[in-house]
Design a protein. Structure first.
Lengths: 214, 214
DNA sequence: GGCTACATGTTTACGCTGAAAACATTTTTC
DNA sequence: GAAAAATGTTTTCAGCGTAAACATGTAGCC
């Protein structure tokens, strides 16, 4: 009805790349204002589009969050893989430490995104993009624990090694970004930063299929 | 205005113990329908009270969630402490394993509550009840890692031991209740249940201030 | 070139939610 | 026994997710 006035010629009816713009805006909101502020309408507002426009690209809020999580998993996989590649020749202990560092580094750099990625109640894992991205991440992580040196251990022990490494790093990352390690870190005379603490954790932990303990 | 008719004499104007009733209803909703269904109004409906009545006891939604989390921390502390007490005489490795089992057992028994307890964006940690309950839990966990045998190790190593144990068990619990360990568990021929996997994790992990590795 | 299908945005509308404000009913306190 | 406080209710408002109807631009097809 309204013909475009000279001042709003800038904005054509079609955005051009609304999907990407919405994802970028959503990530920004997630990292600056928290996940409770990340709404469909807020993302639409940030891009300057009507509040139902996102539905065309993501169906509903779960869709937007899932696609955003998929982006997160892709970046996460790339980061882990790059870290693993950088120490490809080293022994397994070094490789695991380096990928663990990358894991925690990612969580610290994108705390909101990382938390979203592991908040399954808001995600739809059957979405193709998310499903694929999670598979990619799984693959990136698994390649770092090939246990090529300890081939024929009991399967449950191999599974336990994988679970232990994952749990250790994942738990550390989550506790860290939730601020739960603050007390522990401040209790050390002189203070410790997260990187130092993580290194110390690696120094203090041994994960092996042939653990001599019982 | 309306005098009570014979049929609703049952419900006096004052509930009697609305606060407790709301907390119980909230927990039930949390565990059966998930955290996104846990609203002030839903809790009020479940108890059969006006939708603003909860405000008198919890101010707002953050208040309700925080008080519920406090209840969770209290129960959690009791469970961990009971587990520790049951093996009070044993060596440290046994004590840590047993408290770790209790940690994971609690998370599995109350997955919604456990997730809420570590979802800080919805909680107000300055609430006295929650603050106190978290302190209690910290204390219950700390008493299991006194490292009485390794007294004079570098402080950062002691901190790392605590962080490592916590991260390992916490990460395991979270990955487990989010279903992220399903693949790992199914990959083991014959199948594994979470308890077995956790035991295997403990078998495979060694945490010590004097780790000989480097 | 023109016409039709489709993709992409907008407007409108509805029910749910959190929350504040004004009010009603008990209980407690002095 | 009256005043004050605690506890519930009713009313109201704005923000949210989502569906439906509609508008506008794009792309394929003849």
């Amino acid at each position: 009805m309204n013909k475009p006035s000279p001042t709003d010629q800038q904005r054509p009816y079609h955005h051009g790349d609304l999907r990407s713009a919405l994802l970028a805006a959503a990530e920004k909101i997630l990292e600056t204002e928290g996940i409770q502020a990340l709404t469909l309408r807020a993302a639409a507002r940030a891009v300057g589009v009507s509040h139902t426009a996102p539905q065309n690209h993501f169906d509903d809020l779960t869709g937007l969050l899932s696609e955003l999580a998929a982006v997160g998993y892709q970046r996460f996989s790339a980061a882990v893989q790059a870290a693993a590649a950088a120490v490809a020749g080293a022994d397994m202990r070094t490789r695991n430490r380096e990928t663990g560092r990358a894991y925690v580094r990612f969580a610290r750099a994108h705390p909101g995104l990382f938390a979203l990625m592991y908040r399954s109640e808001r995600l739809d894992v059957t979405r193709p993009a998310l499903h694929a991205a999670i598979g990619l991440a799984r693959q990136a992580l698994r390649q770092t624990t090939p246990s090529s040196d300890q081939a024929a251990a009991p399967p449950i022990r191999l599974a336990a090694v994988g679970a232990a490494r994952w749990a250790l790093v994942h738990g550390f990352a989550l506790l860290l970004i939730e601020g739960r390690l603050e007390g522990l870190m401040k209790a050390v005379p002189g203070g410790v930063d997260p990187d130092e603490l993580l290194d110390a954790v690696f120094d203090v932990v041994r994960v092996s299929v042939d653990n001599p303990d019982v």
